[in-house]
Design a protein around this ligand. Structure first.
Ligand SMILES: Cc1ncc(COP(=O)(O)O)c(C=O)c1O
Length: 418
């Protein structure tokens, strides 16, 4: 690859083969330069909702580009930004304000800065952040700081700020986790509890039930700390409802959304919050404003794509498509649960995770993941297991026969390994 000019993300360039060159996409299918097709079973790193190159979103971006492609977002605004904010807030009725950024990590950075400065502006010394021990919230330094100390963060460990970790809830440890949370909250110096609701994606699709999350948000509120739902992965229907926190009675003060927000077309993100959070930044003193912005904050093309994607979500029976995937997953899960080589099968909404058993144990670096990825590619399926955890989360438009091909690919791999 010496003459190849690109350094790819999450890729050991020394040992990785040449990447597959994709020339076109349509619905759940990707086409490479040699005419091979791949079923995108992971929605291209969890971003695609309605299918690749969806003409409605493509047209919306094109039409917006002919009118206004970009404008500085301080001192200026535009219709697509206002329209999208209003449209989105109808789905998050417990929030009143939308802050635009351009990827999941920065949506989290903004959430953390909002929470920390919220208390500073109120003159209170609350600077601690609580998070799950296995969390993944992104690759910038703030988002890494509130993420697991592990393979993704080891090289930067000394420079990450200190946080209060609590164990990720499991079927066995919930009372102990609640105690840990209570213990940290009781100190009175907690600014916020940040969490991936119901599914910790990059940790290996670890799942916990809404009742547990509901109680955690309640405890956080009771202790006068803010709760931040990082719905970057779980938002836009992935768990079966619009937000994963829609399964809870208690609502977070701040929500981060990205990934599916533009249907997978444009890097874009939002951090939404309550009026209470927003109002703590209102003052005659400029020092109390939120010191955050990006060159492309509120990009009109991102807004146009997000509007088109949300309209498709609302108008194209998306929740029915989601329900059909959930049912197909459920049936497949019962079929493979007892198969040789399967340690556990987990499902939340459209997210199906299959933990594979092998001699290398658990973890991101387990080589079985790469074997499955290569096997799947040879069968025309795009999978990217997280070490020993394979998962399927397709675009919502996936045809039933193609979803079946994804399942067949996984069972074929399990048989080939046994
Ligand atoms: C829960 C969660 N938060 C934040 C991020 C970071 O998003 P991005 O890759 O867009 O920076 C991710 C990415 O996988 C994620 O799963």
């Amino acid at each position: 690859m010496a003459s190849y000019p690109i350094w790819h993300p999450y890729t050991q360039m020394q040992t990785a083969g040449m990447p597959v060159k994709i020339t076109r996409g349509e619905r759940e299918l990707l086409y490479d330069e040699n005419g091979n097709t791949y079923i995108d079973a992971i929605s291209s790193w969890w971003v695609n909702l309605h299918g690749h190159a969806h003409p409605v979103i493509a047209r919306a971006i094109y039409e917006q580009a002919l009118k206004l492609e970009q404008v500085i977002f301080a001192g200026f605004t535009h219709e697509p930004a206002v329209d999208y904010a209003n449209m989105l807030l109808r789905h998050i009725p417990f929030h009143q304000k939308v802050f635009y950024t351009d990827n999941g990590s920065t949506a989290v950075e903004v959430a953390l800065k909002m929470a920390l400065q919220y208390w500073k502006n109120k003159g209170l010394n609350k600077t601690k952040i609580i998070c799950f021990r296995d969390a993944y919230h992104g690759d910038t330094f703030g988002s890494m700081s509130v993420s697991a100390r592990g393979v993704f963060t080891n090289p930067y460990q000394e420079l990450l700020f200190e946080v209060c970790f609590i164990d990720t809830p499991t079927a066995k440890n919930t009372p102990a986790v609640m105690e840990q949370l209570r213990g940290h909250l009781q100190r009175g110096n907690v600014a916020a509890f940040i969490f991936e609701p119901l599914v910790l994606g990059s940790a290996g699709m670890l799942m916990y039930p809404p009742e547990v999350l509901d109680e955690m948000i309640r405890l956080t509120r009771e202790s006068e700390a803010l709760s931040i739902a990082d719905e970057v992965f779980t938002g836009f229907g992935r768990t079966g409802k619009f937000l994963a926190t829609d399964y809870c009675m208690h609502r977070p003060d701040i929500v981060c959304l990205s990934k599916g927000i533009t249907g997978g077309f444009i890097p874009f993100a939002v951090t939404t919050c309550t009026l209470q959070v927003y109002e703590a930044f209102l003052s005659h003193e400029k020092t109390k404003m939120l010191f955050h912005g990006h060159s492309y904050s509120g990009n009109p093309l991102g807004c146009a794509a997000a509007i088109a994607s949300l309209r498709l979500f609302e108008e194209e029976n998306t929740l029915e498509k989601i329900a059909a995937i959930m049912e197909a997953h459920r049936q497949f899960a019962t079929r493979i649960n007892s198969m040789h080589g399967v340690a556990e099968v987990r499902q939340t909404g459209t997210i199906l995770a299959i933990e594979l058993e092998n001699k290398h144990g658990k973890g991101y670096l387990n080589p079985i993941g790469e074997r499955l990825r290569n096997y799947a590619l040879s069968k025309g399926v795009l999978l990217r297991p997280l070490g020993n955890v394979a998962y399927v989360l397709p675009p919502y438009c996936i045809a039933p026969h193609n979803l079946q091909r994804v399942y067949d690919c996984i069972t074929g791999f399990l048989q080939s390994e046994s």
